[in-house]
Every structure is written in structure tokens, then in C-alpha cells.
Design a protein around this ligand. Structure first.
Ligand SMILES: [Zn+2]
Length: 479
């Protein structure tokens, strides 16, 4: 039974609230657990997972599955017990689960908290079991909002079989699939690009991708745009893998966070790609909305020049040919004057026409995401998808981060990246260089993924990650 409400397009535009919880000051009877809400927030979601939840006053320590397995917390559930409780919760829903456990006193709230990875905090030690109800509400909500791992998919063979048997695969991609081409993850703060931005005098380097800054002064963006412009006609083995899925008739949609449009270089068809953050593939006039193919402005971008709209320019030129009385005046340097500072003579009252700036159709901070994303996901792909493969993204940025949660929970999900994520439960984690992982998967599937970056006799060693039967580490051991 799937109790998750069908998502709306709107819900996709906002980040998921991962932790629904209750105010710990109140006692919560069984029924209102459904409506729990609180100030508890995860303290961090870095790569080794959420260690604690905090509301500023109290900090709740989280228990990992390995800790349950190893029995390090006295009085806690075993991992097997925890898995039974979790499966039961997902099977019958929150209210019925609470009725079956706490209301019938088959288990204490204190112990049940541990089944959902929450360690009873010292400040509740010795309190009556009811005192643990608010905490349990947090634990249950947290678990319920999480997609449960499907127990039947664990091994490399499972992953290969899923690849071979699936017919409508959703591939979610992020910056990690382009880094082997030397393309930086330019939105993140730790890349070389941002250090180049310091001289621009921006308080936050991300301002270069802020739509308000762009409207104010587009030259800031165009002074660095050449550094992020995809110019060479190259693509990585992982892009080649997506193309291969398309060739085999298995690619439903590639949702990508990347704006480099490199999928096109690999031959992935435009109708198979949703560029969630837009791309350089097209550009639009900020004044008249005239659209051009992206490469029409590439020369300007390479020269560091702010590209102007040809339609606007033509209109201004036509205007200049009109009879004197209707003519609009242009300033000497072609720039629009700052009206506040100029003397208001009769002539200056004319609107000084300037052509619109051509803005690449990448989504800036402060702009809405392309509509196509939610439309396609909710109204089309959701019903069809039979496998999800997430590659090269930590899935922390909306809207792509929401895709796994929007799909029916029985659709298997595979994760391919260098580092595991803990905030979303995948069925199989394949860790390593994504080019290496996909090439090995193809080898095992009997598929011919040819790419000059994959050595013909590449040997890949796969070792299980300790403590996880569904997590595997890929490493090249020789070629
Ligand atoms: Zn225009």
C-alpha cells in the first residue's frame, strides 16, 4: 500500500522537508502523530549522513543501522527487529502502526524510537514512556517520508539484470558525469571558477548567476560566461552510456542538472532530455523574448561581449528611418542614460532605445525552473518508469532531488557516484568513478560501450562496502 499522496508540480519546486517532527514540549497521543510538526532540523547532511537532529535546545542522536546491527546501544532494537518494524510501518501506515504497537503496548515508545534510528536522549532517561511519544512521532514521520529500500535488489548481478530487463529507465545526472571532461561543477563554491569571480567585487560569487544582478548589469555574467561555455564537441563514457540506453530503446528520460548540454554531443535526443536548470542550447532576448540557438551567441560569449538581440536592433534601425517626428533619439554612445542623474532637458525625455540582451536559457538563481520538469515527471514518466539510475549527483538540490521520492516506491533505484548519500535510500549503491562503473556494468551486461576514454582491456575490481550488502566499490586495477 502506498500512502504517499500523488505529488503536484508545485510541490516539486520546493525542497523536500525531510524531517517532520513534533514539539518536544507536548505529549502526543497516538492519533495526532499523523500531523506532527516541529522545529527539529538535521544538523548536517554531509556525506557520512545525519548524525544528529537539533532544535537548538536539545540534540537528538541518530543511530546508524550498523550500530543497531552491532548492538552498541543498550535496550535498542536489533537491526532485524528494526527492519520488521519499518516494513510494517510502510505497509500499514502511521496511524495503524501506532495503534498496533504503542496503543496495544506491544513495545515501548523508547525502544521503538531506536527501530527508526533515534537514540533515546539522556534528558528523557527515567521519564515515563509517554515522554518518548513526541520523539517517536519524529522518528515515525522521518521513516515514513523515506522511501524504503527494496530488499530484493542488492548485488551487481541484480543491477545488471535490472539494466537488461528494464524498458523505461529514468537517468538523473549531475556535475559528476562531466568532471572527467574537465568541466567544473561551477555552481559549487569550491571550484576554480569562483576564485576568478573575486575581482568582480560580488559579495557572494553565486551572484553571478543571480537574475537580479544579471538584469542590473549583464556584463558581469558575460565577463565569465566563456569559462563555463561548453565549446568542444566531446562527451564522457557516462554520456555515452545514456546514449546507449537510448539506442536500446530503454531511455525514458534523462533529467540532468547540468547546463553544459553535453548530452547532445553524445547524441542523446532533445526529446529524451530534460535540462532541469536549463542550458546553453538556446538563448532568449530579455526584452522581446526572441529565441535563438545557443551557438548564435557563442562568438560574443567567447569574446567576452554582451550579446544583443538582432530583432530589437532591427526594430531600432527601422524606427530610425521613420519621419523625424516619430523618431526616437539615441545617445552618442548607444547606452541608455541614467535618468536620475541626467539633466532633464526636453530631448532627454525621449526613451533611448537599446536592444535587449540575449540571455542563455540557463536557470539563474531567482528564476523559475523550466515547467517541463514537473509536467513530464508527474504526468508522463511517473506511470512508465521501471528503473531509476542516479549518476554523479549528491541529490541535494531541488528539483532533481525530489524525483526518487515522487516515483512509485516499487520502482528500483540504483545510485552511481563516488560517495554514498544517506538522505535517500537507494536499492543498490555502485560507488566509484561513474565512467568506470557504467563501463563495467555494460561489460557485464554484454553491451558494447565504446569510448576512447575506456581502455579496451580495462580491468575493474568490485569489492563490497563493509556492513552493506547492497553497496559496492568499483576500482580500476589494470588495463
Ligand atoms: Zn529582442
Amino acid at each position: 500500500m502506498d500512502l504517499t499522496p500523488a505529488p503536484t508540480e508545485n510541490s516539486l519546486k520546493y525542497p523536500v522537508v525531510e524531517v517532520e517532527a513534533v514539539d518536544t514540549g507536548e505529549q502526543v497521543p497516538a492519533e495526532p502523530l499523523e500531523e506532527a510538526s516541529s522545529d527539529f532540523e538535521p544538523d548536517s547532511d554531509d556525506s557520512d549522513g545525519w548524525e544528529t537532529l537539533s532544535n537548538g535546545e536539545h540534540t537528538i542522536q541518530l543511530l546508524r543501522d550498523e550500530e543497531l546491527r552491532d548492538g552498541v546501544a543498550p535496550g535498542a532494537c536489533t537491526l532485524d527487529e528494526a527492519n520488521v518494524f519499518r516494513q510494517r510501518l510502510h505497509a500499514i501506515g502511521k496511524a495503524a502502526f501506532v495503534e498496533e504497537t504503542i496503543a496495544r503496548e506491544t513495545v515501548t515508545a523508547k525502544k521503538l524510537c531506536t527501530a527508526f534510528g533515534i537514540l533515546p536522549p539522556p534528558f528523557l532517561e527515567g521519564a515515563p514512556d509517554e515522554a518518548y511519544h513526541p520523539l517517536l512521532a519524529i522518528a515515525i514521520s522521518r521513516e515514513f517520508s523515506r522511501r524504503p529500500k527494496l530488499p530484493q535488489y542488492n548485488t551487481i548481478d541484480d543491477a545488471v539484470r535490472l539494466l537488461r530487463e528494464s524498458k523505461n529507465i529514468i537517468v538523473l545526472t549531475g556535475a559528476g558525469i562531466s568532471t572527467s571532461l574537465g568541466i567544473p561543477d561551477f555552481r559549487s563554491k569550491d571550484t576554480g571558477l569562483y576564485s576568478k569571480l573575486e575581482h568582480l567585487g560580488l559579495s557572494d560569487p553565486q551572484e553571478v548567476f543571480d537574475i537580479h544582478v544579471f538584469r542590473e548589469d549583464p556584463t558581469i555574467f558575460f565577463s565569465i560566461a566563456k569559462d563555463i561555455l561548453p565549446t568542444e564537441n566531446k562527451y564522457s563514457p557516462t554520456h555515452g552510456f545514456i546514449r546507449l540506453l537510448q539506442d536500446k530503446g530503454k531511455l525514458l528520460t534523462n533529467y540532468t542538472q547540468n547546463i553544459d548540454n553535453i548530452e547532445a554531443n553524445a547524441g542523446v535526443l532533445p526529446e529524451k532530455i530534460v535540462q532541469c536548470h536549463g542550458s546553453f542550447a538556446t538563448a532568449t532576448c530579455v526584452k522581446c523574448q526572441f529565441k535563438v540557438p545557443g551557438d548564435a551567441i557563442f562568438n560574443d560569449i567567447k569574446d567576452g561581449v554582451t550579446p544583443e538581440c538582432t530583432v530589437c536592433k532591427q526594430e531600432i534601425a527601422d524606427d530610425a528611418l521613420k519621419p523625424q517626428g516619430l523618431k526616437r533619439k539615441r545617445s552618442k554612445n548607444g547606452q541608455q542614460k541614467d535618468r536620475k542623474n541626467s539633466d532633464s532637458s526636453d530631448e532627454d525625455d525621449y526613451e533611448i532605445p537599446t536592444p535587449g540582451v540575449m540571455k542563455p536559457d540557463i536557470t539563474f538563481f531567482g528564476e523559475d525552473l523550466p515547467d517541463e520538469f514537473g509536467q513530464r515527471l508527474v504526468h508522463h514518466d511517473r506511470e512508465l518508469a521501471d528503473l531509476v539510475i542516479v549518476i554523479g549527483t549528491s541529490l541535494k538540490v531541488a528539483p532533481v532531488a525530489e524525483v526518487p521520492g515522487v516515483l512509485p516506491r516499487n520502482v528500483p533505484q540504483i545510485y552511481i557516484s563516488r560517495t554514498p548519500v544517506s538522505h535517500t535510500g537507494f536499492d543498490i549503491d555502485l560507488l566509484g568513478d561513474c565512467d568506470v562503473v557504467v563501463s563495467e556494468l555494460c561489460r557485464r551486461a554484454g553491451w558494447d560501450l565504446q569510448h576512447h576514454m575506456i581502455p579496451a582491456d580495462e580491468k575493474v575490481e568490485i569489492t563490497p562496502a563493509e556492513g552493506y550488502e547492497s553497496r559496492h566499490v568499483f576500482q580500476v586495477v589494470g588495463a
